[in-house]
Design a protein around this ligand. Structure first.
Ligand SMILES: Cc1cc2nc3c(=O)[nH]c(=O)nc-3n(C[C@H](O)[C@H](O)[C@H](O)COP(=O)(O)OP(=O)(O)OC[C@H]3O[C@@H](n4cnc5c(N)ncnc54)[C@H](O)[C@@H]3O)c2cc1C
Length: 393
């Protein structure tokens, strides 16, 4: 019998436990199917963990209840998060522009400071929760053993990267206790994009610094600047992931501007090396494979005429890639959808079942790259810990 059982020893679960312990609530158990906590957190920020963002903007999140989200993010802000990590847990942080990282640039440092703050006896690892029943005002949690608690926290994550343990079983457990209408269908967000355009396969492995924009069914959605990576399935890179958030059913087109302000260099190279084939004339300026693809798209073999050069430049400014889909939840950094935020109060306690709390990605909240999703994990865990403190007193 515990005061609190937290299902999921991932980012939000560990933060919730650490915060509860800092508030003097120690009769708690963290249950996880993995043998070690925070498998997903370990992978974040390419192993460096971009743990929050100094310029966090609530409007950039997707959710069903933006006002509640704003209140929850304001209760435990980015500064509160950095303070808690630094002053209570002992993690030094650094920032690169607005992105905040552990000083060691290692996600394991973030995991270690939380894990070391929580006594060993609070962990039940390698133990998958299969069922949760309510008896009177208590919860019976069934994994390899049966545990009883007066408060339960779902910190089970979403469905992205299911190999890390967040395999969607949290939704099923929640759905066994709550109304089915309270869930928004899940889909991948922050994910690589697939394309069946044959010509771009030849660019596989190439990277370009460029500006890309997304148009869905003829309507402009958003644009990003950064490194675009071509792969055997389509395109990747942070700018691609960011635009994947706006994808819609129907026709999705990514338009790449490879040039920005480099037009004059192209014109002068073509003039200067006019005896060479176009791809050789531009060898020092543009990837030869890209030059040949663009020439083929505009149906010109060699650039000589001014009007042809103009068309070539125009195509480099507006190079279209049709998107056929995404790499799915298995490869997505975050899950869109989940339990509606609106069915929870500001402590993230169910409005229907007292003592049932939820935090992290399992809730219908997702943000862009850049520390947004971890900040949600931290802030939501804080709200839950405040709610539990209020109940236990
Ligand atoms: C490759 C990658 C890079 C990322 N980089 C960043 C980044 O740099 N910055 C950022 O802000 N966000 C990043 N994210 C997103 C961020 O990691 C997640 O949003 C965040 O970890 C979610 O925290 P969570 O606690 O909700 O879930 P998780 O951290 O996924 O934890 C859920 C835990 O619950 C356990 N669990 C689930 N079901 C059960 C069950 N039935 N029984 C027992 N245990 C269960 C799982 O094993 C898991 O340990 C990244 C994600 C990925 C995949």
């Amino acid at each position: 019998m515990y005061d609190v059982i937290i299902i999921g020893a991932g980012s939000s679960g560990l933060m919730c436990a650490a915060k509860l312990i800092s508030l003097g609530i120690t009769d708690l158990l963290l249950i996880d199917s993995n043998t070690k906590p925070c498998r997903k957190l370990k992978m974040t920020g390419n192993g460096r963990c971009n743990l929050t963002n100094l310029e966090l903007d609530t409007k950039l999140y997707y959710t069903d209840d933006i006002e509640r989200l704003d209140r929850i993010l304001s209760r435990f802000t980015v500064i509160d998060t950095i303070d808690f990590f630094e002053k209570t847990l002992g993690l030094k942080t650094v920032h690169k522009d607005e992105l905040v990282y552990p000083r060691e640039l290692k996600s394991t440092a973030v995991i270690d400071v939380m894990r070391l703050f929580i006594p060993e006896r609070c962990f039940a690892l390698d133990s998958k929760v299969k069922e949760i029943r309510r008896e009177d005002s208590r919860f019976i949690v069934v994994s390899d053993k049966e545990y009883i608690a007066s408060n339960i926290v779902f910190a089970t994550g979403g469905m992205s990267y299911p190999v890390t343990g967040s395999d969607g079983s949290g939704y099923k457990l929640l759905a066994s206790l709550l109304d089915k209408d309270l869930f928004v269908p899940v889909s991948p967000s922050l994910v690589q994009l697939r394309s069946s355009d044959r010509d771009i396969k030849r660019l596989s492995g190439s990277r370009f610094n460029c500006r890309i924009s997304l148009t869905c069914n003829g309507n402009f959605k958003a644009e990003e600047k950064g490194e675009l990576l071509f792969t055997d399935y389509g395109i990747s890179g942070i700018c691609t992931m960011q635009l994947s958030r706006y994808l819609e059913q129907g026709r999705n087109i990514i338009t790449v501007d490879f040039l920005e302000n480099d037009e004059d260099i192209i014109r002068s190279c073509i003039e200067r090396f006019s005896e060479r084939e176009t791809c050789d004339a531009l060898a020092g300026v543009i990837d030869g494979v890209l030059t040949n693809i663009v020439l083929k798209r505009i149906g010109i073999k060699k650039l000589v005429k001014r009007s042809d050069i103009d068309r070539f430049i125009e195509e480099l400014h507006n190079f279209e890639i049709s998107i056929s889909g995404t790499n799915g939840l298995d490869n997505a950094q975050v899950t869109r959808g989940g339990l509606k935020l609106d069915c929870l109060d500001d402590d993230l306690q169910s409005k229907d079942i007292p003592g049932l709390f939820v935090c992290g990605e399992v809730i219908n909240v997702d943000g862009p790259c850049g520390g947004y999703n971890l900040q949600w994990a931290w802030s939501s865990a804080f709200s839950v810990s405040s709610g539990i403190l209020r109940r236990i007193g």
